[in-house]
Ligand binder design. Structure first.
Ligand code: ATP
Ligand code: MG
Length: 291
């Protein structure tokens, strides 16, 4: 089945020369219309369903998809649409909010580690340990809540954390967890439109949060933090995808294409049946046909 090959790649394998300004939040690659994209997305969702079924049957690889973004960039909607065809038994979504007091008593990877996907499963992190290099970096008073020994809180703590994340992701990769990271890249202008829609449309009022509007004041700090984070943690085995997020229909298509590409690269197959199992199948057939 043909999947939506996009002419432009949003994947960053090596962050050395990464610049956020080279990526346009309003980009739609070779796709022009929402209608065409919707038909393609349906095909992609079916393809994902097939691939996930094999992933589960084979029970060797685990897949971890990480979503990070500014507020209103559409993380929730993307997860909902792209994964809509996948068997819920083989997929877990976990959202990471502000850490609890128990979580703050541990190292920063602890709370996410407990929710890593099992083999054969797709795990989705809606926010993740990357918040450490984002919200905690932008509001560094949050660091004080982490009960770290003061001698360990040095100026290069962020570089140390990026290094720890790279090492952690390499460890996971070497053990059969495939990691792909998505930054849904929204423009400041489109965030404003979406916030206004949350105020104007009664059915969207519940999504409005005054805290989100407050956080918008730190827009530039967040963009800088994202740029440095993507530079520091894009690797060939755990790349970031910088996905344009101003058009939701395109965000869904681009994420679906990336997840399909990831699963296809694994060359998944249904487990082979050995001679003993073939005998059992033949015997069971005989038994049933005799009835
Ligand atoms: P939605 O608003 O769609 O429900 P959300 O992911 O924005 O989803 P919220 O409860 O609004 O959920 O926000 C979660 C908050 O938790 C964010 O402001 C995020 O920055 C914060 N957070 C996540 N991880 C950490 C962390 N390690 N330290 C401090 N704050 C964190
Ligand atoms: Mg929120």
């Amino acid at each position: 089945m043909k999947t939506s090959k996009l002419e432009k790649s949003y994947r960053v394998d090596d962050g050395k020369h990464f610049r956020l300004k080279d990526f346009d939040p309003a980009d739609t690659s070779n796709w022009r219309s929402k209608e065409h994209a919707a038909a393609q997305l349906q095909k992609d969702i079916s393809r994902l369903e097939e691939l996930q079924d094999k992933l589960y049957a084979q029970d060797r690889w685990a897949v971890l998809l990480i979503f990070q973004a500014m507020d209103a960039a559409g993380k929730d909607g993307t997860i909902k649409h792209v994964m809509s065809g996948v068997n819920p038994q083989g997929c877990q979504v976990h959202s990471f909010k502000e850490p609890s007091s128990t979580e703050l008593q541990h190292d920063f990877l602890w709370r996410t580690t407990r929710h890593l996907p099992e083999r054969g499963h797709i795990g989705i992190f809606n926010r993740s340990y990357y918040e450490e290099g984002l919200v905690v970096r932008v509001h560094d008073k949050l660091l004080a809540n982490e009960h770290l020994p003061p001698d360990l809180v040095k100026k290069d703590i962020w570089e140390e954390r990026f290094e720890d994340i790279r090492n952690f992701e390499q460890h996971m990769t070497r053990n059969g967890t495939v990691i792909r990271k998505f930054f849904l890249h929204l423009s400041r202008k489109e965030q404003k439109n979406r916030f206004l829609a949350r105020l104007d449309e009664p059915e969207k009022n519940w999504k409005f949060s005054a805290a989100d509007v407050h956080e918008r004041a730190y827009w530039d700090d967040y963009q800088n933090a994202y740029e440095e984070l993507i530079r520091a943690t894009s690797t060939r085995h755990a790349p970031w995808y910088v996905i344009p997020a101003d058009h939701k229909w395109f965000t869904h298509l681009a994420v679906a294409a990336a997840v399909i590409e990831t699963l296809e690269d694994l060359k998944l197959f249904y487990p082979q049946v050995d001679a003993q199992k073939k005998k059992e199948i033949a015997a069971a057939r005989k038994l049933l046909e005799k009835e």
